[in-house]
Write a protein that binds this ligand. Sequence first.
Ligand code: PLP
Length: 396
Amino acid sequence: MARRRSDADLPVPGGTVTAPHLLNLVGHTPVLFVDTPLPYPHDGFWAKVECLSPGGMKARAAVSMLTGARSRGELRPGAPVVESTSGTLGVGLAFAGQALGHPVVLVVDGELEPSMRALLRAYGARLEVVDRPHPVGGWQQARLDRLAEVRAGLPGSYWPDQYHNPDNAAGYTGLADEIAGQVDAVDVLVCSVGTGGHSAGLARALRRYWPALRLVGVDTVGSTIFGQPARTRLMRGLGSSIHPRNVDYRAFDEVHWVGPAEAVESCRRLATGSFVTGGWSTGAVARVAAWTARTRPGARVLTVFPDGPHRYLDSIFDDGYCTRHGLLGPTRGHPVEIHHPQAVEVTRWSRCRVVVDPVGPVGPGGAPHTGPAAQGTEPATPHTGAAGGARVPAWN
Ligand SMILES: Cc1ncc(COP(=O)(O)O)c(C=O)c1O
């Protein structure tokens, strides 16, 4: 591999391939036109197939967070990177760590699939496995607590803090540029929301091309992000039990909460009808994108499939698992409409055309973020308030 002199020579993910470097593997993913019924026929939507990039979609965020920290001197050459993850960002960080020369320590939990643990270790990451959830904040808070302990024993380590780090969202500018070169126009962008990174970064960058773009957020039932009460969640990747500051509430025109049975049905139909499929978030966004294409004829709808199916072979694609969790029954082809995100607790696919920041204006443009810029501080405490924040105008 050719030697480079400084970070200024690093390739930009998705940019023109100019020199041999691991980072050149990121991006350049295809878009696929999906018209498989999900479960009803629809006019079709575009899917950006991010599983064909090493590390999936989150490699873009990982590279952006590490290069951003290096440029500010927060991450010194060769220093360890420590992060809490439910899996996908872990692969992205393992990749970015190798590409940039940093050891990676990942705090994961007992729910992480054994295949994923093996993969992360194979890529050279050290795993710290949390074996019981926090009584209030669940697995996510338990991981953040362990992360603080690990960092205390690793002086000079860097914590990307994917939930609150603006470099996460900024990492998706290249994704937007790729899309703009692949499709004529996008009217509606459908994004899963976990840390909020790709919905915020992609919508911001795509609106430079198409200012009237509508953004539809897709969360899971039991997730607090858009104001619902926290419940145990089967679905991983999208959804959260905290309120990540990367979620750009003002950017959204509507939100959907999808349940696991609905995601399973979509993943399985995608696999047999379009070959390209993925995990919980892929099933959820595909469901909502198909419904949007069906109910808004003529709209050009695009979504992002964040990862592929392999880590879900023992869950989404396993009949025993799905039967045990009651996920194989028939599902409805349309969402329940609710008038406010906090009006009722949703238990199956639901839609709301009002988007509210449940903890007030702490997202981009709000209070200063306390993530990576405040390295050395405790992990952010989950917000548990449910008071209504800014009401965001909705479309029809
Ligand atoms: C598989 C998968 N899908 C979707 C998401 C949500 O993306 P974001 O964190 O950019 O909101 C994540 C986040 O970790 C993920 O791992």
